[in-house]
Write a protein that binds this ligand. Structure first.
Ligand code: HEC
Length: 181
């Protein structure tokens, strides 16, 4: 039962990634993957400029390298390239019958990568969205499309707007956070 406290739900201060952020195995440790901008984490502890964070989400069964916000909903929170510290909390099926696992992941990020209020990030992203997405057509209302419709739209429109991969990822998360529910 050692370590149970670390995994307790709702523990730790809430923070958000202010940009795409590397997930590390330890302070200055191996790179295990990347968190997308605006991903909510619980800060468990801090050490030498690094924060140990816990994040929660859903992965399709057999697809442990991607973590999404909800089952059946393709809001990408993180993608993993290394062996992360991961726990399966539960299971569920989406509307299409795919089995998803609810998982918790613990790792380390640079403390400077975290912000307290996600709305500061969405404000910046909103400015970029307005600048880049209204040059060829009227600015599309983010609420006209669902969270699952936005990734393919941004994959098509990001390069046409001269956005970097990272900016495209930011605007994808922005549009999904303000999508049709
Ligand atoms: C260089 C011109 C250009 C820019 C910049 C541009 N778009 Fe478009 N967009 C188009 C064109 C042309 C279409 C018509 C459909 C097509 O050709 O794919 C379109 C269609 C769309 C649609 C409708 C798709 C549908 O399925 O109804 C959405 C939504 C959209 N764009 C979003 C965006 C967003 C978000 C951005 C900013 C990241 C953006 N566009 C930037 C040219 C552009």
């Amino acid at each position: 039962m050692a370590g149970l406290l670390v995994w307790a739900l709702g523990q730790g201060r809430t923070a958000y990634t202010g940009a795409a952020t590397s997930l590390l195995s330890a302070p200055k440790g191996a790179n295990l993957g990347s968190l997308t901008p605006g991903t909510r984490v619980a800060v468990l502890k801090e050490q030498a400029g690094f924060s140990q964070v816990q994040l929660q989400g859903w992965s399709p069964q057999g697809g442990a390298t991607a973590l999404f916000e909800a089952k059946g909903q393709r809001v990408l929170l993180a993608s993993f390239t290394g062996q992360v510290q991961r726990r399966v909390r539960g299971q569920g099926k989406d509307e299409g019958g795919t089995v998803w696992e609810q998982v918790e992941v613990v790792g380390w990020v640079a403390k400077s990568a975290l912000i307290a209020d996600v709305n500061t990030l969405w404000k910046q992203a909103g400015v970029l969205y307005q600048q880049r997405c209204s040059t060829c057509h009227a600015l599309p209302e983010t609420g006209k499309f669902t969270a699952n419709q936005w990734p393919p739209i941004m994959r098509g429109m990001g390069p046409r707007s001269g956005l970097t991969a990272e900016q495209t990822q930011l605007l994808t998360r922005y549009a999904q956070a303000h999508a049709k529910r």
